[in-house]
Every structure is written in structure tokens, then in C-alpha cells.
Design a protein around this ligand. Structure first.
Ligand code: HEM
Ligand SMILES: *[C@@H]1O[C@H](CO)[C@@H](O)[C@H](O)[C@H]1NC(C)=O
Ligand SMILES: *[C@@H]1O[C@H](CO)[C@@H](O)[C@H](O)[C@H]1NC(C)=O
Ligand SMILES: *[C@@H]1O[C@H](CO)[C@@H](O)[C@H](O)[C@H]1NC(C)=O
Ligand SMILES: *[C@@H]1O[C@H](CO)[C@@H](O)[C@H](O)[C@H]1NC(C)=O
Ligand SMILES: *[C@@H]1O[C@H](CO)[C@@H](O)[C@H](O)[C@H]1NC(C)=O
Length: 328
């Protein structure tokens, strides 16, 4: 009886990591070394080719990785299509994900699968993680080694997006609680927000800050007034909803630390950007990243590595998809 109990106990102890969902411990930098040794080259070439065709490849792929990891973990669930239009990508928050981000993963997957040794051996989730690193490098950001070994999920529902993706109107408390819920720190939050140094946003996402902000002020008082005027010109009241503007007005195509310098000048586009500077809890970090690009890059690498570990699936929790937009 005692023997049976200790057997049961060790069995439960073995299960513990699974129960705690710490499957990320199984990610490895050289996961595909013997399975598909050239995977990184295949992905890099495909991403570079696509990037040469259109710049949106970079911001589109990076944001796609973030939205994938925050909803059901980094499992490529964001790539799944559904006939009923009720997958993650159909949710209002994900409809603005750039099609070029999806296309980047499809092209990289085709390049990987073109090698018979690799065909259907590399997960879509890992291809997305590699592609995200590659677009950061292509836009002048830091390079880093990507941990690999994620499996692709089998579930994607529009209803799980809203409670997991932060809104541009969030204050620091809400941002911190959503990042904490995904195992990320305040430093990770500030560093990852630096991704807004590339790419663009639609006027509707910040319209309230430049028109009819409050009863006493039509413009958000934390906005630089020169910048606010510029935004009002680019995004007039009845602007075409398709119009999008650069989030970093100074160097919109370079992955640098200008984002933080902008915040110091009241030039954060969203409330969720500007609050990182105006809330005293994170002001020092913004100042550090603005003044020391190396400190920013180091923190960003730590943060995106942590992001890549969120809710990773292993074993029977997932599969290696043959087609990134459909379960096998
Ligand atoms: C901290 C909370 C965050 C909020 C509230 C937020 C919100 C947004 C919003 C509203 C847009 C504009 C979408 C549009 O109008 O088309 C956007 C764009 C973008 N976000 Fe974030 N985001 C956050 C964090 C992140 C993180 C962690 C990353 C990546 C590491 C990221 C990467 C991007 C990129 C690259 C774009 C530009 C997309 C493009 O040009 O197609 N964001 N974000
Ligand atoms: C992309 O463009 C660069 C610069 O023009 C060029 O050196 C590189 O070979 C191109 N890469 C691909 C994969 O087409
Ligand atoms: C999800 O999709 C279903 C079916 O298309 C729809 O009825 C529902 O409103 C959607 N929910 C959200 C949050 O988008
Ligand atoms: C597939 O591989 C062959 C050689 O192995 C190469 O010539 C061809 O360009 C590759 N096609 C794609 C789409 O990568
Ligand atoms: C507003 O932005 C301009 C640059 O566009 C800068 O010179 C000025 O110092 C900023 N104002 C404040 C209050 O930060
Ligand atoms: C910038 O940050 C790096 C990394 O944290 C640090 O080693 C370096 O001393 C800092 N540079 C300055 C000038 O403070």
C-alpha cells in the first residue's frame, strides 16, 4: 500500500510541470539541429524576400507573434482560419492584423517544406517565432537566438481574444495586470512596447485623444501639442477608416529606441504608450531605454524570449500543422 502511494506520488510529481503549464522548460535553442538543420536559413531567406517586396512584412509579422502568444500561448492559433468566421483572426481586435504578416509565415513554411528532410517537421508556431526575430534584425534591431520546440494548437476562437489582448486605451494598472497574467514583468511590458517603433496604426485607435477627449479639453493633455496638431491634420474627424499613420513619426522603419525618446516628448501615439512615461512607476525605465540603446536591446531580447515561452504546447497538447491555416 505504501509502495503504491509513493508510486502515485512520483507519478503526480512527474505530472506537476504539465499541470503548472511550465512546458516552456522544454524549448531549446537548437531544437531542429538533427531534424531540419537549415530551418533558420530557409525562414530567413523567405522573410527577407518578402521584406524586400513590402515593408509591412516587418511590423505585420512582429505584431502577429505578440497576438499569437497572448491568446492561448505561442501556438500559431492566430493563423487558423474557420469556415464560420469565428477564429481568433476574425475577432474585431485581430482584424487589423496585417495580411502580410500571415503571408510571411505561409511563405516561410513553404520554403522549409521544400526540403524533404524538413517537410511537416517544423511547427508553424516556431516558424512565426523565427520570422519575428528576422524582421527585427531586418529593421535594424538586435539579433538573438530563438528558443524552439513549440507545437501548433488545434483551437482558435474569436471569443478568447478580447480578454487577452491589451487595448490602446489601457492605463498602467490594466497593462501590468494583463502582462502579469501572461507571466511577463513590468520591464518586459516597457521593453516590448518598444515594438511600436515600427509600423502604423489606424486613426480610429487614437481618435479620442485628439478630438473630444474630455469635457474640459478636446485634446489629451499628456499629448505634445505640436504632435497633436500634426495628428489632427493626418486624421481629420471624418477620415477614411482605412487611413493608418506611422506610430514612430521620426524613424518609422527602424527598430531603434526613438519610441522612448518620443514618449519623453509627449509623442506616444496611444494612451498605453504615453502612460509608460507619465506613470511614475515606469518613468525611469523609459528614460533608461531612451538614453541607452544597449540597455533597451538587452531588455527587449529578454522580454521577447519570455513572450515566446507563454503557454507553449508540447506532447499531446498540439501537433505540427501541414497547413498553417488549418488543423491536420
Ligand atoms: C502594451 C500593450 C499594447 C497595446 C495596447 C497595443 C496596441 C496596438 C494597436 C492598437 C495597434 C494599431 C493597430 C491598427 O490600428 O492597425 C498596434 C500596432 C502594432 N503593435 Fe501593438 N500593442 C501593444 C503591445 C505590442 C507588443 C508587445 C508588440 C510586439 C512585441 C506590438 C507590436 C505592434 C506592431 C509592430 C504594430 C504595427 C502593426 C502594423 O504596422 O501592421 N504591440 N498595437
Ligand atoms: C533583399 O534586398 C537586399 C538589398 O537590396 C539584397 O541584398 C538581398 O539579396 C535581397 N534578398 C532576397 C532574399 O531577395
Ligand atoms: C464570434 O463569432 C460569432 C460567430 O460568428 C459571433 O456571433 C460573435 O459575435 C463573435 N464574438 C466576438 C467576440 O467577436
Ligand atoms: C526548392 O528547392 C530547390 C532546390 O532544392 C530550389 O531550387 C528551389 O528554388 C526551392 N523552391 C523554393 C520555393 O524555395
Ligand atoms: C513637443 O515636440 C517637439 C518636437 O516635435 C519638441 O521640440 C518639444 O520639446 C515637445 N514638447 C514637450 C512639452 O515635450
Ligand atoms: C548602457 O547599458 C548597458 C547594458 O545594461 C551597460 O552595460 C552600459 O554601461 C550602459 N551605458 C551607459 C553609458 O550607462
Amino acid at each position: 500500500m505504501e509502495h503504491r502511494n509513493s508510486f502515485l506520488l512520483s507519478f503526480l510529481l512527474l505530472l506537476l510541470p504539465l499541470l503548472l503549464n511550465s512546458a516552456s522548460a522544454q524549448l531549446k535553442q537548437n531544437f531542429y539541429q538533427n531534424i531540419c538543420p537549415n530551418v533558420e536559413n530557409y525562414v530567413r531567406s523567405a522573410v527577407e524576400k518578402k521584406f524586400n517586396e513590402t515593408f509591412v512584412t516587418a511590423p505585420g509579422t512582429l505584431r502577429l507573434f505578440f497576438h499569437d502568444c497572448f491568446v492561448r500561448g505561442c501556438d500559431a492559433s492566430v493563423l487558423l482560419a474557420s469556415s464560420g468566421n469565428n477564429a481568433e483572426k476574425d475577432s474585431p481586435l485581430d482584424q487589423s492584423l496585417a495580411g502580410d504578416g500571415f503571408d510571411t509565415v505561409i511563405k516561410a513554411k513553404a520554403a522549409v517544406d521544400n526540403d524533404s528532410k524538413c517537410k511537416n517537421k517544423v511547427s508553424c508556431a516556431d516558424i512565426l517565432a523565427l520570422a519575428a526575430r528576422d524582421v527585427i534584425v531586418l529593421t535594424g534591431g538586435p539579433s538573438y537566438t530563438v528558443e524552439l520546440g513549440r507545437l501548433d494548437g488545434r483551437v482558435s476562437t474569436n471569443t478568447s481574444v478580447h480578454s487577452n489582448i491589451p487595448l490602446p486605451t489601457f492605463n498602467l494598472d490594466k497593462l501590468i495586470s494583463m502582462f502579469t497574467a501572461h507571466g511577463l514583468s513590468q520591464t518586459d511590458l516597457v521593453a516590448l512596447s518598444g515594438a511600436h517603433t515600427i509600423g502604423s496604426a489606424h486613426c480610429a485607435r487614437f481618435a479620442k485623444r485628439i478630438n473630444g477627449f474630455s469635457r474640459t479639453s478636446s485634446v489629451d493633455p499628456t499629448l505634445n501639442s505640436t504632435y497633436a496638431q500634426q495628428l489632427q491634420q493626418e486624421c481629420p474627424k471624418n477620415v477614411d477608416p482605412r487611413v493608418a499613420i506611422n506610430m514612430d513619426p521620426n524613424t518609422p522603419r527602424i527598430f531603434d529606441n526613438t519610441y522612448y525618446k518620443n514618449l519623453q516628448q509627449g509623442m506616444g501615439l496611444f494612451t498605453s504608450d504615453q502612460v509608460l512615461f507619465t506613470d511614475s512607476r515606469t518613468t525611469k525605465l523609459v528614460n533608461l531605454f531612451a538614453s541607452n540603446v544597449t540597455a533597451f536591446q538587452q531588455a527587449f531580447i529578454t522580454a521577447i524570449t519570455n513572450l515566446g515561452r507563454v503557454g507553449v504546447k508540447t506532447g499531446s497538447q498540439g501537433e505540427i500543422r501541414r497547413d498553417c491555416s488549418a488543423v491536420n
